[in-house]
Design a protein around this ligand. Structure first.
Ligand SMILES: Nc1ncnc2c1ncn2[C@@H]1O[C@H](COP(=O)(O)OP(=O)(O)OP(=O)(O)O)[C@@H](O)[C@H]1O
Length: 365
């Protein structure tokens, strides 16, 4: 398969003061496909920006190699790489119009004016700024300024576009709108986007695939559905969305269903991808919204009995805290379909807690 970008065993150590070195990126192997919207997601300081800067050529790896369309980048400077970076702080020239800002890079390359004009009109159309071509940056909204910054990169026709938290400065509503616009634009032009963000919802909304990073290492690479529904590590399950983590011991295995005992008194059926053995200690990952509450026990539905201790109304959903045993609690999220649902369960009430075996993740621990 043709990879747009490949990182082979890439590490970056920064020399600190008093010879204290800092390993910001540790033995990264990544393959980013041609035409893919790929995000690097992780908490502050996990090495996302450093990884992006090594692809762009602003930093050189301490070890390993970056390949772009099969070519080793070695020590090539940024302007000799077929990539372009869109930053959060888009420095538009205040004294140049939208069109002049976008065409600036092409003029520096001394391209023929007919070609500049053609490419400019195409890109203006693409980012829907044709009507605003003669305005100055101060006459534009934040979102429009961001589109000019994007157009300025697109007009250079890079094979790969790199984004470092490009929407960080925008307010929530505009940010959401720009997320959709960016995604649609990427699909229209079909080039590879590599996108750095610490915002999980943003990554889930826009990406074809996501790499979750922590402390300089990739924890998991997958589609948004794979990452959310099948987290492979506790870090991923905790970082993306909310999770209940329950420690359990495998007590029985029959066919593809296993029975796990949680907190030594609460049996539950699970379906594990990997083979488990009786006696093994595992961590169960249960998303709060995968849990169903019932007011009374049913003979047909296996459930845990619990005491509803807390209820928090959060608009779209209500969040409950249910005590299953003296040391074991679960958080439950129930969607507020009808206004009547809001009063259905009261703190102090006994409830039944049900989770389908297919909805339970298993981490071996
Ligand atoms: N030039 C540098 N010199 C020394 N340390 C650096 C340098 N650049 C980054 N680091 C350190 O490397 C680590 C990774 O930084 P990086 O900017 O890649 O993280 P990040 O995941 O992008 O975080 P953020 O979301 O906060 O930007 C951090 O601990 C940072 O302090």
């Amino acid at each position: 398969m043709n990879h747009a970008v490949e990182l082979v065993n890439v590490s970056k150590t920064f020399r600190g003061s008093k010879h204290r070195d800092f390993l910001a990126v540790n033995g990264l192997n990544l393959q980013i496909r041609d035409g893919e919207f790929f995000s690097l997601l992780g908490p502050s300081g996990c090495g996302k920006t450093t990884t992006l800067r090594m692809i762009a050529g602003f930093e050189l790896p301490t070890t390993g190699e970056v390949y772009i369309h099969g070519q080793a980048m070695g020590q090539r400077p940024p302007f000799h790489r077929p990539v372009n970076t869109v930053f959060q702080h888009y420095a538009l020239f205040p004294h140049l119009t939208v069109a002049q800002n976008i065409a600036f890079g092409l003029e520096m390359e001394n391209l023929p004016s007919a070609e500049i004009s053609d490419r400019l009109s195409q890109v203006l159309e693409l980012v829907k700024l044709t009507e605003m071509r003669d305005r100055y940056p101060r006459q534009l909204s934040g979102g429009q300024q961001q589109r000019v910054a994007l157009a300025r990169s697109l007009v250079k026709q890079p094979e790969v576009l790199l984004f470092d938290e490009p929407l960080g400065a925008l307010d929530m509503k505009l940010r959401k709108q720009m997320q959709l616009e960016l995604k649609q634009m990427q699909q229209r032009i079909g080039i590879t986007f590599i996108y750095v963000t610490h915002d999980q919802e943003e990554a889930l909304t826009m990406s074809d695939r996501i790499a979750i990073m922590n402390q300089g290492e990739v924890q998991q690479v997958g589609t948004p559905i794979e990452i959310y529904e099948y987290p492979k590590t506790r870090f991923v399950a905790d970082f993306i969305g909310d999770s209940n983590f329950l420690t359990g011991r495998v007590i029985a295995i029959n066919n593809d269903q296993q029975t796990v005992l949680v907190d030594e008194s609460l049996p539950i059926q699970i379906v594990a991808e990997n083979s488990l053995s009786v006696g093994q200690i595992v961590t169960l990952v249960i998303r709060p919204e995968k849990i169903t509450l019932y007011p009374v026990k049913s003979a047909h539905i296996p459930s845990w009995s619990g005491l509803l201790e807390e209820r928090v109304y959060i608009g779209t959903d209500t969040r409950y805290k249910v005590k299953l045993s003296p040391n074991c609690y679960v958080m439950v999220r129930v969607q507020n379909w009808h206004r009547d649902d809001l009063q259905r369960y009261q703190p102090g009430q006994q409830v039944e807690v049900f989770v389908s075996p297919e909805s339970i993740g298993v981490l071996e621990s």
